[in-house]
Design a protein around this ligand. Sequence first.
Ligand SMILES: Nc1nc2c(ncn2[C@@H]2O[C@H](COP(=O)(O)OP(=O)(O)OP(=O)(O)O)[C@@H](O)[C@H]2O)c(=O)[nH]1
Ligand SMILES: [Mg+2]
Length: 285
Amino acid sequence: MASVIQWYPGHISKAERQLKEQLKNVDVVMEVRDARIPLASHHPQVKEWIGDQPRILILNREDMISDQLQKEWYGWFKIYGETPFFTNAKDGKGVKALKKAAQSAKSKVNERRRQRGMLPRPVRAVVIGFPNVGKSALINRLLNRKIVASARRAGVTRQLQWVRISKELELLDAPGIIPLKLNSQENAVKLAICEDIGDAAYENEDVAIGMIDLLVNLGSESILIDRYNLDPLDMSGEEYLHQLAEIKYNSDRERVARQLLHDFRKGYLGTVSLEHPPIEEVIQN
Ligand SMILES: Nc1nc2c(ncn2[C@@H]2O[C@H](COP(=O)(O)OP(=O)(O)OP(=O)(O)O)[C@@H](O)[C@H]2O)c(=O)[nH]1
Ligand SMILES: [Mg+2]
């Protein structure tokens, strides 16, 4: 029986409070999600927090999903009146378009200021999202220099930090914010697979088993067959993990679990998504 995944380190509740206060001072909110799991990496309270404030939706780690799937997500979000920006905060792909979008918020802000007889100022944007989705990396890209810490671990940014170095843009880096309770364990497993929650929250074996089951459910079992030469179709995720451990790792299940997760996270399994736009819902509505 897999243990329940919960992860809510102390710095997050403080950051959430401060973030809500700071939101009053910003012109535009950049909401970053993980392109591999745009739904599971969505914080359900974002809309309530930001109200009518302009928001730019960013699906980062675009390099980790296929071009075809990017098109599908783009179409899906468009149905809901949203325009997602796909970015790779590591190599900068898509960041120019994002700068442009922030720029247009700037002209609006300054038009209002001009009407009130005030001098123009840089646009103020806050970058929010789940932990480890690439918020700080994106800020470094937007500003073209390594100004805030960014690393492969959830919970790197612990405090809100204004970065004011450009005449055009002032950015507020925020710690990853996650709901107090992860109501959907299905989503929690996806977050764990993608390292968008800290590894203290889960057992590698549970998460690796969840990943195998998920890939099979998504019809992506060929990825596993290609990589590990073992077909998961006639077995559960648990059996698959056990068999693979026997064949390759001297029955060391922890080791095979780590390997599976590592291979996915490093992109060795290819551009694999863990979510697809919920098409049935669109057809029904
Ligand atoms: N492959 C890939 N890796 C990325 C991308 N963006 C960020 N990363 C990597 O993801 C890891 C997390 O990046 P951070 O910028 O620290 O993420 P964060 O959202 O600020 O994380 P917290 O501050 O912990 O909430 C780093 O190792 C980045 O190099 C991307 O577009 N593609
Ligand atoms: Mg950060």
